[in-house]
Design a protein around this ligand. Structure first.
Ligand code: CUO
Length: 672
């Protein structure tokens, strides 16, 4: 179980809290100060916890300490909301520490960690506080269960310094007999799952209004998940599988099985698996206060479709809310997810969230086996399961249905007069132009903070993940207008051919485009040569932030670590480029320079966490692009456009590129 104090002051050394006796959980009260002394032996600092009047915890304590916690379960969300409010309501940091210490041994650990993380993220006085990476606090949500027995053994037997990293095999959840297993490297990737957890931490759908109501959060729910599906489908084509099929018939059996092989250290139970061909069942689980029929999903989706086709929704008081060209997608995002910003949760329901719940309880819909939810019930684990992508393909399809009702972009809305992209090239050191190279790489993560064994010290696990060789875009742009211009450079990539090996129709290919980067460019008159490194991507966070090694004895690395909470959101750099194929996957790289005058948002984006803005927004700022998210691929094409070539205006260019995968593994340099 997580043993470290979760709350660690900036520039942290090892700290021990000196706790008022009343704050100790009942079972520890008799031990009193002896407890502080015991853990205080090797502490550098003692923090005196102030006694304050603790607000009533009530329902928060109903979730016991050894249960699993899911934000998708309405009761759990409600109590999480209460706890967040308590943490946010504390007058100053000292009081926050007091109430957090009080909660620490009473509240469910997952719930505690989540609520405190959200509070720290949103309190003005905790902006420079660092949280341990989620994988270090709860490695059990990311790592093969087998590892823990080995880790415990190592920590007991092998002295620190002589411990070799425990290697997690690349293929441990299934064999090649299961064709879906070809995508396990994507679904079970640490960085991808951490990104998804962080995204939902930054954009909670239920909490105080000022926490939820972030700029364009409903639209970003649509876009970030649309991109996940585009990326997954791209990977599927690389692995000779067709695109994910929508899970749109709720009576139909779910063919895909998934056996996560994760153990919850908190609940001391294995995460339930799902065998093949299960069907959703009506839920009646008193323990979670859930009574919901599968038919409700259908009713909600029918009403959502009706709103889309009418062009308006109806709020709780029967008033009409137009789904306007600019704001409709944001309203719809909140309605489908749903968040507390939904215009009418009674009528449009809780579609996407309850889909997660129905799927995650398919093995025990009435709790007769006393089982908890499967991986789909937790945003930290949901992306491991193949059904995640089928469910989200369905959700995305509803958004696409709406997008198809919007006016198409005219040539004028796409073009940037006077600006021509005349050449695009990808350069790789020592490689041929326009070829991207991918391979396997191994990286280590220290899990010891998330475990309660003695003696202490680091225990590393070694993961194998996809990686690509760093590359550079070289873009030549001609500005023949009568002055300097400013533009937004938008870079996307998509497979060149569909699963049959045929060229795409634009209307299908537009949903396959994966965003690689977006940045502002200054264009002088005449020819401009733009150079941009793959590591600068606006969708990713740096590799070091995914696999950071937070060593408590090391002086903290300032800004980067201090801002981990928000900055943990971002697609992992090592997964920027899809795997490709050994023979070379033919792809199309798309570059567009749009007119900055139509894109710009008047704000400064200097400062923290501005490196994964495309998928995560920028902390405490407006979304950094005024256009609809996904522009220019977010709408049906204008009349007469059937192919990508026909779609192009002179400020756009397409370059054929190849992604070549080599089956070799790069090992870490630092440790053995
Ligand atoms: Cu991110 Cu369904 O929303 O998991």
């Amino acid at each position: 179980r997580p043993r470290e104090p979760v709350f660690i002051a900036k520039g942290s050394k090892k700290a021990v809290f000196s706790v008022p006796n009343e704050y100790l959980a009942d079972k520890y009260k008799p031990l009193g100060v002896a407890l502080t002394n015991r853990f205080g032996e090797d502490a550098d600092e003692r923090i005196d916890v102030k006694k304050i009047s603790i607000p009533p915890f009530g329902e928060i304590l109903e979730l016991s300490r050894d249960e699993n916690f899911s934000l998708f379960i309405p009761k759990h969300r409600r109590i999480a909301g209460r706890l967040i409010d308590i943490f946010l309501g504390m007058r100053n940091v000292d009081d926050l520490v007091s109430v957090a210490v009080y909660a620490r041994d009473r509240v469910n650990p997952y719930l505690f960690n989540y609520a405190l993380s959200v509070a720290i993220l949103h309190r003005p006085d905790t902006q420079d506080v660092d949280l341990p990476s989620f994988i270090e606090s709860f490695p059990d949500k990311y790592v093969d269960a087998k590892v823990f027995a080995q880790a415990r053994e190592q920590a007991t037997v092998v002295p620190e310094g002589s411990r070799a990293p425990i290697e997690i095999p690349k293929d441990y959840t299934a064999s090649d007999l299961e064709e879906e297993h070809r995508l396990a490297y994507f679904r079970e990737d640490l960085g991808i799952n951490l990104h998804h957890w962080h995204w939902h931490l930054v954009y909670p759908f239920e909490a105080a209004r000022e926490v939820v109501a972030k700029n364009r959060r409903g639209e970003l729910f649509y876009y970030m998940h649309q991109q996940i599906i585009a990326r997954y489908n791209f990977e599927r084509l690389c692995n000779k599988l067709k695109r994910a099929t929508r899970f749109n018939d709720f009576k139909q059996a779910i063919q895909e099985a998934y056996f996560p092989k994760l153990d919850s250290l908190v609940a001391s139970r294995s995460w339930p698996a799902r065998v093949g061909n299960q069907r959703l069942k009506d839920l009646n689980r008193e323990v979670d206060q859930i009574k919901q029929d599968v038919d409700d999903l259908k009713r909600w989706s029918d009403r959502i479709y009706a709103a889309i086709h009418q062009g308006s929704a109806t709020d709780e008081r029967g008033r009409k809310i137009e789904l306007t060209e600019n704001e409709g997608i944001d309203i719809l995002g909140n309605m489908i997810e749903s968040s507390i910003l939904s215009p009418n949760r009674t009528f449009y329901g809780d579609m996407h969230n309850m889909g997660h719940v129905f799927i995650s309880y398919v093995h025990d819909p009435d709790h007769r086996h006393l089982e908890s939810f499967g991986v789909m019930g937790d945003s930290a684990t949901a992306m491991r399961d193949p059904i995640f992508y089928r469910w989200h393909s369905y959700i995305d399809d509803i958004f696409q249905e709406y997008k198809a009702t919007l006016p198409r972009y005219t040539e004028n809305q796409l073009n940037f007069p006077g600006v021509t992209v005349s050449k695009v090239e990808i350069q790789v050191q020592g490689g041929s132009a326009n070829t991207l190279n991918t391979f396997w790489q191994q990286s280590d993560v220290d899990m010891s903070r998330g475990m309660d064994f003695q003696p202490r010290g680091s225990v590393f696990v070694r993961f194998t993940h996809l990686q690509h060789q760093p590359f550079t875009y070289k873009i030549t742009v001609k500005n023949s207008s009568n002055g300097n211009r400013k533009g937004t450079c938008r870079i996307f990539i998509a497979p060149k051919l569909d699963e049959r090996g045929n060229p795409w129709l634009y209307r299908d290919q537009k949903n396959m485009f994966v965003e690689l980067d977006k940045f502002t460019v200054n264009l002088k008159q005449g020819q401009n040569n733009i150079t941009r490194a793959s590591s600068q991507s606006s969708v990713t966070i740096p590799f070091e932030r995914t696999f950071r090694n937070l060593d408590l004895n090391r002086p903290q690395g300032g800004e980067e670590l201090a801002q981990f909470n928000f900055c943990g959101c971002g697609w992992p750099q090592h997964m920027l480029i899809p795997k490709g194929t050994p023979e070379g996957m033919p792809c199309q790289l798309f570059v567009m320079i749009s007119n900055y005058e139509d894109d710009k948002v008047n704000q400064s984006t200097e400062g923290v966490c501005n490196d994964a803005g495309s998928y995560c927004g920028i902390k405490d700022k407006l979304y950094p692009d005024r256009r609809s998210m996904g522009y220019p691929f977010d709408r049906m094409p204008r009349n007469g456009v059937d192919t990508l070539q026909q779609f192009l205006t002179s400020n756009m260019r397409v370059q054929d590129v190849t992604i070549k995968f080599t089956n070799r593994t790069v090992r870490p340099k630092s440790r053995n």
